[in-house]
Ligand binder design. Structure first.
Ligand SMILES: Cc1cc2nc3c(=O)[nH]c(=O)nc-3n(C[C@H](O)[C@H](O)[C@H](O)COP(=O)(O)OP(=O)(O)OC[C@H]3O[C@@H](n4cnc5c(N)ncnc54)[C@H](O)[C@@H]3O)c2cc1C
Length: 461
């Protein structure tokens, strides 16, 4: 297994559970890839490279967490608080009538109607759009951009800026004109329409790498091993022994099967160092169609509490999401993390300018920021955070089975039907593990099915 991100770890653990002796090879000194934590030298704190959120519909990610025994470290919530500059709040979440939650999709429709962040015209526009997105996924045109679709469905400026741009485009981490409407519809259905459970939001209560701390032991107990600080430079196939020889900067490894669980740019670098194969050109062309989008996070420690909220969606400004890490991770201090998604202009700002802008904006939502003293701050810019799900991108997402013998592909960007997320990574890992099991004549079942839509949504599969 090459690459110890979520895709590589989920495949490795599933295969180890099925009796395979897995060698997990990772170039960095720690596990987790793009979803990890580390000791930041500037602030002397262990921080996540960015807040990572999951949802109830992330069945394969939860399956991976369950397998390694950390599913109980996820804190689940059903409500999202939207805040306008000035402080007015609206709650989005399952609407309750006394003790009863309304059946899907009414559970969230009524909370939109109740939200003061939207005008009546915005609400009517959103209701029309949600109704249109309820149709079965197969009927939605994967080649149309979300921007064109929103214009065609006469969305108001308020609905576009406060919902589509902020909640949906930022979840997909791209601008609305660079997103396929089919992916936006998927997010809408899973987060707001299918069921209360699918839309529940989960956040780790420990730094991300702590979640995976048990993986090396999990593999070792099943005869496997983890090789950190091991950069793979190429691989050759030995026809006589029917084995792969993996060349790393620190030596060679031999294996009957290989899963490359890499991001697309690492796959691109490795391609010229794999055996020449007819399909390699096709894969190279597919990779060329992918592009990165950045995510920035600003980690702030104040001398006092600035809000009692655990998290919030911040409207009409560059900063999009607030996570109160002191509450979420039960850490001392008053540690607030802000996330700015899909904004190349913010990512291009110099460090001091970006921090000052974030602080100014934060004070518009939480006035206590003005009296608080900032004790320390870290700005993390992940320029290669995610791949974009532009119209037609599915044709550029390869399947787990490759044309090389006994070699499989994983990684969030392979064909999973999901955008660039930990769930897509876990799905790709499970798909690759199942494909490998079949080839090895030791079939395993690790792919977790989707949650079933509830209420009236059962009619719109
Ligand atoms: C800032 C940020 C915020 C995000 N927020 C969210 C979120 O809220 N929710 C969500 O679901 N997702 C989020 N994501 C996306 C999510 O992190 C990724 O989709 C997921 O982690 C990808 O996992 P992966 O295993 O496919 O790839 P990676 O995590 O990139 O793992 C690939 C691994 O391969 C290793 N590798 C590369 N080349 C080699 C080589 N030659 N030899 C050996 N090892 C190699 C890398 O070091 C890496 O560890 C976010 C990502 C970022 C960066």
């Amino acid at each position: 297994m090459i690459g110890a991100g979520v895709s590589g770890m989920s495949a490795a653990c599933a295969l180890a559970d099925a009796g395979f002796r897995v060698q997990l090879v990772e170039q960095r000194g720690y596990l987790g890839g793009r979803a990890s934590s580390y000791l930041h030298p500037g602030v002397n704190e262990v921080i996540d490279n960015c807040q990572h959120v999951l949802f109830g519909c992330c069945t394969n990610l939860v399956g991976f967490y369950r397998r390694i025994g950390v599913a109980d470290r996820i804190h689940w919530t059903r409500e999202m608080t939207m805040i306008e500059p000035g402080g007015r709040r609206s709650a989005l979440g399952p609407f309750r009538l006394g003790p009863f939650t309304l059946p899907a999709p009414l559970h969230s429709a009524l909370s939109f109607l109740n939200a003061s962040a939207f005008t009546l015209a915005d609400k009517l526009a959103l209701a029309r759009a949600m109704r249109a997105m309820m149709q079965p996924a197969a009927l939605i045109d994967t080649r149309e951009s979300l921007g064109d679709w929103l214009r065609r469905h006469k969305q108001t400026e308020g609905a576009i800026n406060r919902f589509w741009r902020l909640v949906i485009a930022s979840a997909l981490n791209a601008e609305i004109d660079a997103i396929s409407v089919s992916y936006a519809a998927k997010v809408i259905r899973e987060l707001f329409l299918n069921s209360v459970e699918a839309g529940s939001m989960g956040m780790s209560t420990v730094p991300l790498s702590e979640l995976y701390a048990g993986v090396p032991r999990f593999l070792a107990e099943r005869g496997g091993s983890v090789h950190l600080n091991t950069h793979v430079e190429g691989a050759t196939w030995n026809e006589a022994s029917a084995q792969w020889l993996i060349c790393t900067r620190t030596g060679e490894l031999v294996s009957d099967f290989v899963i490359l669980a890499l991001p697309f740019e690492a796959m691109q670098k490795l391609l010229p160092h794999l055996p020449a194969e007819a399909d390699a050109d096709k894969l190279a062309r597919q990779i060329e169609r992918h592009e990165h989008w950045p995510i920035c996070s600003i980690h702030l420690w104040f001398d006092r509490e600035i809000t009692e909220l655990e998290h919030a969606v911040l409207l009409d400004r560059e900063i999009h999401w607030m996570y109160n890490q002191s509450k979420l991770q039960g850490r001392g201090g008053n540690y607030i993390e802000l996330v700015v998604s899909a904004t190349r202009s913010f990512a291009a700002l110099p460090r001091e300018t970006a921090i000052q802008q974030a602080l100014r904006e934060l004070a518009e939502f939480f006035p206590r920021v003005k009296e608080a003293r900032l004790l320390k701050v870290a700005l993390i810019k992940e320029m290669h955070a995610t791949f974009g799900v532009s119209p037609g991108i599915d044709a550029a997402r390869p399947t787990a089975v490759s044309s090389w013998p006994n070699l499989f592909l994983a990684g969030d960007w392979v064909q999973t039907g999901w955008p660039s997320t930990m769930e897509s990574a876990a799905r790709s890992g499970h798909l690759a593990a199942e494909a490998l099991g079949l080839r090895a004549e030791n079939p395993l079942r690790c792919f977790e099915p989707d949650l079933q839509p509830q209420g009236m949504m059962r009619l719109f599969r």
